[in-house]
Design a protein around this ligand. Structure first.
Ligand code: WT7
Length: 638
């Protein structure tokens, strides 16, 4: 049995209306098409005040039974996973549903043999290799909670996350290939674990054949353990719908990343539902999402969404510019990719290589294009449409977040209209609204723009929403539910037109979006402030042609700093060490003071304007403790 696939704009409207008027019946019809080990009797219980959200609460299931086992009767020999290696001359690896099922069971047995129990947290720090997908699914199969950490994060970031999650098990690989580089992973884990002596086992996959240090009693080889188990038969663990499935850390406006928790039942329904409705996946098509599984996009649209739908999903190990800037298009042609889902920052960076790379490359298999991660500018949208889609593929602009589990606002490929730079309509079940600073709903259309503007909130739960922040439920409340009473606050600003279409303008909090990666300014400031030569710092974003936003750091140094260029490099080295290279500052300005109010608060608004180059509209600076610093900062702007 399958849930109803939206098939026209009218159908969308009818489905949307039903999802608002009768959400429980609406979601019951969808959820019951999945395989439940014990059916649920309650669809939804919720409270945004003392956040508590439960979907299908007394139901029992295992998401891997729905991803794998349930497809075996009719799809055992159909491809599930295609792996395209970093080096195009290396062998492509494919797994049928039967093979993936077997591999997942084998690795599940490895985890069981190591003493991993239901509810244990397992940290996964790997490159984009098929074993990563297998590790994720094996955790889910035995009921362990996976927490994947993106391979670009530093040892310190890993330590913080492993401690926060109290993860006693780690899965990693020797090293990863990235373009012409070899990125060590196991050595980073070794550093990270110096401060995590509670970690019992580290399972190490050999991939790049780099030498690694193996600690006796703690570190074991993936291959050896797999050989020991042979062909295993591990039945799916029985999970309550509200048991945690995974933790994924993401930055917020405070210093410490938070562990967003998704649960088994609701996330499963949402990942599958959104995948099929948004991309309109057709039987036998190949879906290529270019994200890394270290981010939510990879979780939902490389692993869970496609496999739940019985689709073929492609994993790409490398980068879009290796061996040359035509790599994505080579992959499309080589594998006959039908759906391509990528980020505006990737599109903008490929634009700089010109259109010559398209010559002689056949993209005719493409049917649907998607974008995610940040607002897409019209120029990039049009370039994508013309050069990649040949004006023949609908583009879905999908707005969502780590916390939302899956797409929230997007057109549906070929079903509802697309519109450059607009995410357009909310998916069924999603009830957005725009509020002002005080939380009062804004419905008035601005005469000048023709749109309503405000801070984007959601007023009703959906199955894929986060349930808590790991180990600190209060933080979940303060971050998402405390700003506006009875509303989930997204942190984004948006416009809405008279037809109900949304255009997302970006974060309104102290969170930056750099190349589609979410980075909290406080986190970067904390890292900069760790440098011995630094007294204080303030970090803001500014528009960047390729990255969307760049990082601009204003830094006060100690008196004894002589070599300014050296200290700037040192500061970025410190950021790299503490967070990862993705958080390095694009611009660093050494200043003698920061604009502060009389009560000592940094006036970020002014710094943001300076970084953006909006020097005419700095606003009132007379209330500052020392208005002179603004002049100095403007004068020496970088
Ligand atoms: C933030 C969430 C969701 C997967 C990737 C990022 C921004 C995301 C869009 C879009 C405009 C977008 C928002 C959001 N964002 N998609 N289509 N248009 N902005 O997940 O790291 O949790 O970041 O990304 O600002 O809040 P994330």
């Amino acid at each position: 049995m399958k849930f109803h696939r939206i098939n026209s704009l009218e159908d969308y409207k009818a489905q949307y209306q039903r999802s608002v008027e009768n959400p429980e019946a609406f979601w019951d019809d969808i959820a019951k098409t999945f395989t439940w080990q014990k059916p649920y009797t309650k669809v939804l219980q919720w409270d945004f005040q003392h956040p508590s959200i439960q979907w299908f609460a007394d139901g029992e299931l295992n998401i891997t039974e729905n991803c794998l086992d349930r497809h075996l009767p009719h799809k055992a020999n159909q491809t599930a996973l295609v792996f395209e290696p970093n080096d195009p001359s290396q062998k492509v690896r494919t797994y049928t549903y039967a093979e993936l099922h077997q591999e997942v069971m084998n690795f599940s047995q490895v985890l069981l043999n190591q003493g991993v129990l239901k509810g244990d947290r397992v940290c996964i720090y790997m490159g984009m290799v098929p074993e990563l997908t297998i590790a994720v699914l094996a955790c889910a199969r035995i009921g362990a909670i996976h927490s994947v950490i993106f391979g670009g994060f530093s040892a310190q970031s890993i330590t913080d996350r492993i401690i926060d999650a109290q993860a006693e098990f780690v899965i990693t690989q020797d090293a990863a290939y990235r373009g012409n580089k070899i990125i060590p992973l196991k050595p980073v884990i070794d550093d990270a674990l110096l401060k995590c002596d509670f970690v019992q086992k580290v399972i190490v996959l050999t991939h790049a054949k780099e030498p690694v240090n193996m600690l006796k009693g703690r570190d074991i080889w993936w291959e050896e353990e797999m050989e020991l188990v042979g062909k295993a038969n591990v039945p799916p663990a029985i999970m309550n719908a509200e048991d945690p499935l995974f933790i994924l850390y993401t930055s917020g406006s405070t210093g410490k990343p938070k562990g967003v928790v998704h649960t088994c039942g609701g996330y499963m329904v949402w990942a599958n539902y959104t995948f099929e409705q948004v991309f309109q996946y057709q039987e036998n098509e190949l879906h290529f999402c270019t994200a890394d599984i270290g981010w939510i996009t990879g979780h939902s649209y490389i692993v869970y969404g496609p496999l739940l739908a019985g689709a073929k999903t492609l994993m790409f190990e490398g980068i879009p510019t290796y061996p040359d800037a035509g790599r994505f298009w080579d992959i499309v042609e080589k594998h006959n990719v039908n759906i391509l889902y990528t980020a505006p920052t990737a599109i903008r960076s490929l634009m700089t290589f010109g259109t010559g790379v398209f010559e002689g490359r056949d993209l005719s298999s493409l049917r649907v294009l998607g974008t995610v991660g940040e607002p897409i500018n019209e120029e990039a949208w049009n370039w994508y449409d013309e050069n990649v889609g040949k004006k023949n593929c609908p583009i879905v602009d999908t707005w969502w977040q780590t916390e939302t589990g899956g797409v929230m606002i997007s057109n549906l490929a070929g079903i509802t209209p697309s519109r450059p730079a607009w995410a357009t309509l909310p998916l069924p079940g999603i009830q957005p609204l725009l509020v002002d600073e005080k939380g009062i709903e804004n419905t008035e259309i601005n005469a000048e723009t023709g749109f309503v503007h405000g801070n984007l909130c959601i007023k009703f739960p959906w199955p894929g929403m986060l349930r808590t922040t790991y180990g600190d439920h209060h933080r979940c409340y303060t971050n998402y539910f405390a700003t506006y009473e009875n509303l989930y606050f997204t942190g984004d600003g948006a416009y809405r037109d008279s037809e109900g279409n949304y255009r997302i303008t970006g974060r309104v909090d102290d969170v930056l979006n750099v190349s589609g990666h979410r980075i909290g300014t406080a986190e970067v400031e904390n890292a900069i402030n760790m440098h011995v030569g630094v007294v204080e710092s303030a970090v803001v974003g500014y528009p960047h042609d390729i990255k969307g936003q760049g990082i601009y750091a204003f830094v006060i140094c100690t008196d004894h700093t002589h070599d300014k260029d050296l200290i700037k490099r040192d500061i970025n080295e410190t950021i790299s060490r503490l967070i990862g290279p993705i958080a390095k500052a694009d611009k660093i300005q050494i200043v003698s003071g920061l604009p502060k109010t009389r009560s000592g608060k940094i006036m970020r608004r002014i710094l943001r304007k300076i970084a953006e180059g909006e020097l005419q509209s700095l606003g009132d600076t007379s209330t500052l403790l020392d208005p002179g610093v603004v002049e100095e900062i403007v004068k020496f702007r970088v």
